[in-house]
Design a protein around this ligand. Sequence first.
Ligand code: GAP
Length: 449
Amino acid sequence: MSEDKLSKIVSLCKRRGFIFGGSQLYGGLSSIWDYGPLGILLKKRIKDIWWQEYVEKREDIVGLDSAIIMHENVFLASGHLSGFCDELVDCPQCKKRFRPDKAEKIGEKLYRCPYCGIEVDVTLYKPRKFNLMLKANLSAVEDSPLWGYLRPETAQGIFVNFLNVINTTHKKLPFGIAQIGKAFRNEVTAGNFIFRMKEFEQMEIEYFVKEEEADKFFEEWVKDRFNFYIEKMGLKKENLRLREHTKEELAHYAKRCVDIEYNFPFGWSELEGIANRTDFDLSSHSKVSKKDLSYFDEEKKERIIPFVIEPSAGVDRTFFAIICDAYDEEIVKGRLRVVLRLKPELAPYKVAIFPLLKNDDRLVELAKKIFYDIKNKISSVYDDTANIGKLYRRQDEVGTPFCVTVDHQTIMDKKVTIRDRDTMEQERVSIERVFEFVRERLNEEYFIS
Ligand code: GAP
């Protein structure tokens, strides 16, 4: 994999409506991205599958959707107000700020500015700490602000609702609270597409356990989440690995952390972190809020603060890894074919339906009829805006597993041609069997109910 592959992926995402630059009309904003019509379909599939696996199929995990804007004291307790900082250097030439730890190191104290390329001596231009959290003024009066913070992780919404969830669901340990939602960080490192964004989405579970069981559940979650990427997201095993955090790297709240890394075009990088957060968060929120967040252990007949195992995944990084893994090029009849070999369950459209000729009313009418019959059962698209060769290419590039073509023969024998994305083999199938044909080849669980 190479930088070349990265630029091809960025270009495909833009060309086919997966991802656009944020506020592009006005010159864009660095590290902020918008998901287009195709991107949102793939992103929704990722989130739906995660939610089905962990909330719908399991009895021990419940869901939550807490607010993005949170009270300042939440982050006093969590440690984000004091500790969630990046060290940044002000470039004396272009005046932009950069992280020396992510910049090219040229000498003992010399770094290259990633924006204008000059050498910056950090003994002269000393790094300063900047908090990564984004503030919002919640006051109606400008001159007496009331600061709230956009959460930098969805996790804190779970901890502050711990008592509410226990009191309303009567869950017993071990149990988890899952949440999918936006998080915000004022990241300064640009580049690498959607890898590091200022506004991104997380899928987090806080799994509450007894202290003596924390190590066992930690191991189970690492295995479970690693397999999820292979079995449910279709990533190749050789592109995934585990990496244990060193003591120096561990976040202030963590006793242990293992990252699931993906081999992105720019190298191995974090896809998800699984941490043992101990009893840090609940203890700290108890202290700051002065509310008792302990749990009554029926066996021990005493109140305890549960430990927390946290599998914390990024929706955008999962999306990115899926596209990188599925991207493929091959030469077919002397021409380059770009194909996104997505796991069919994830594909934005499962079926595309075309008439062979857009100016033949009989073909158009029949193709539209097939489309309207199938579209409420499975995600499909109708297209007649190009010739058949281009229509196939478009669908290959967005990973549509099946293309259905209505031709003149269809009028006579009531059969269509179904083309398989991966093999490009074509089969004649009767019109009333189109949906069955697709259903037999895809995982039924993910059909529109
Ligand atoms: N609650 C723990 C936590 O937030 P993290 O390692 O900082 O831990 C968890 O983030 C996951 O969220 C990462 O593995 C990554 O997938 C995603 N993530 C974090 N920062 C991100 C960013 N700036 N842009 C995109 N995804 C990000």
